[in-house]
Design a binder for this molecule. Structure first.
Ligand SMILES: *Cc1c(COP(=O)(O)O)cnc(C)c1O
Length: 384
């Protein structure tokens, strides 16, 4: 039996909720999507939520709504999944990265500040910054927000890892220090809808714009028709170029049911982290960083070994022992596609150094104490 690095937990209530939708009138975007949006916005203490069929789509409509255009720059962390950067290119804009902090593995505030200063001189300031809350641990949003006021950029938090976590006592997603926050409900994340995502905001205009982009740029409400409101027999008008990024009620029912257990999920992840911390504290590795500002959602448990040779050996032996560890991340700028755009090895050395030393241990709700001990002992044997 393999132990994966991540796995969903679907219980009978989740299954019943999905079956109920299958028997109902709506199976695509309908009343359950609305309920799910309300529930997530209440949970995260934010005003508006637009559910989408993935976090990738949510990032795209967030960028469009913040008016990201060709020749604009979007900056993000190289230590992330490719979507954090691809969303800029979807809009025809340019992407650049800010290297990470070697302790938190999140975007470095110092490097961000230096890069902004330099960009101001050359007139290449970013329109949007996407900080990524790596492993479930929030970036220092207050500092990033201060810089956004000074340099005039907008902020989309990529909180794909971080629903259920908090920063300075506020739930991630409250958008206290950002324009929009995006969540992912992919099965490896904290709660799942199979595929799905959400963009949340306190700005009504941004919300309305994201709703339009998510559904073909079509308005359904006659009151808001832009042209010939009284002539139409049919009940919709396309007013901009949007996409079909809608979530279905089937997926939303799963998400709504999963949301009931989100705090339980995150608490369990903390217990697992504590067990790992205890088992692994004597080894010559760096355990995951925890900021006193944050309550992490512990999406990942990344350890850092001292040498690439150790990382490779560790990865190989763990797999032989049926422990399917993973590496987060190949820095986005080192992906062949991004190298073709002109990025090179050496551009973001801290993210590159992490990539050569980091391994994500299994971390998910149903991971048993026995399995945690087995993973820890296997690791100790290799590293001692
Ligand atoms: C998973 C993930 C995404 C993409 O999520 P999808 O819902 O699969 O589109 C984006 N950013 C980060 C940081 C992620 O981990």
């Amino acid at each position: 039996m393999n132990i994966p690095y991540a796995s969903q937990d679907i219980d009978q209530n989740d299954i019943d909720a999905v079956i109920e939708v299958l028997k109902s009138d709506f199976i695509t975007q309908g009343p359950i999507v609305k309920k799910f949006e309300l529930a997530v916005s209440n949970y995260a203490s934010v005003k508006y939520a637009a559910a989408t069929n993935s976090a990738t789509s949510a990032l795209h409509i967030a960028c469009l709504s913040l008016d990201l255009k060709p020749n604009d720059y979007l900056w993000t962390s190289p230590n992330s999944f490719v979507s954090s950067a691809n969303c800029a290119l979807f809009c025809g804009a340019k992407v650049d990265f800010v290297d990470i902090d070697p302790d938190t593995y999140n975007i470095s505030i110092k490097k961000l500040e230096d890069k902004l200063k330099a960009a101001k001189l050359t007139n290449k300031l970013p329109k949007i910054l996407i900080p990524v809350h790596f492993a479930g641990q929030s970036c220092d949003m207050q500092k990033i927000h201060e810089l956004s006021l000074k340099y005039g950029f907008r902020i989309i938090e990529d909180a794909s890892h971080a629903i259920g976590g908090s920063y300075k006592g506020k739930k991630v997603g409250s958008c206290a220090f950002s324009d929009i926050t995006v969540f992912s409900f992919h099965p490896v994340k904290i709660i799942t809808t199979a595929e799905g995502g959400m963009a949340v905001t306190n700005d009504k205009k941004l919300y309305e714009s994201m709703q339009l982009y998510r559904s073909h740029g079509i308005l359904n409400d006659k009151q808001s028709f832009r042209k010939r409101p009284d002539e139409e027999i049919w009940n919709y008008q396309q007013v901009s170029l949007g996409f079909n990024y809608r979530l279905s009620d089937i997926h939303a029912a799963l998400g709504l049911s999963q949301l009931n257990r989100i705090d339980e999920f995150v608490e369990r992840r903390h217990e697992i982290a504590t067990l790992y911390n205890n088992f692994l504290s004597d080894l010559n590795i760096t355990l995951p960083y925890q900021s006193k500002n944050n309550y992490s959602s512990y999406h990942l448990y990344p350890i850092r070994v001292k040498k690439r040779i150790k990382q490779k050996e560790l990865y190989k032996v763990l797999h032989e022992k049926k422990i399917i560890a993973n590496v987060h991340y190949i820095p986005i700028h080192r992906q062949p596609f991004y190298e073709d755009q002109g990025f090179k090895k050496g551009n973001f050395p801290e993210a590159e150094a992490l990539h050569k030393e980091v391994i994500s241990l299994p971390m998910f709700y149903t991971l048993s104490p026995k399995e945690i001990e087995y993973v820890s002992k296997t690791l100790s044997k290799i590293l001692k």
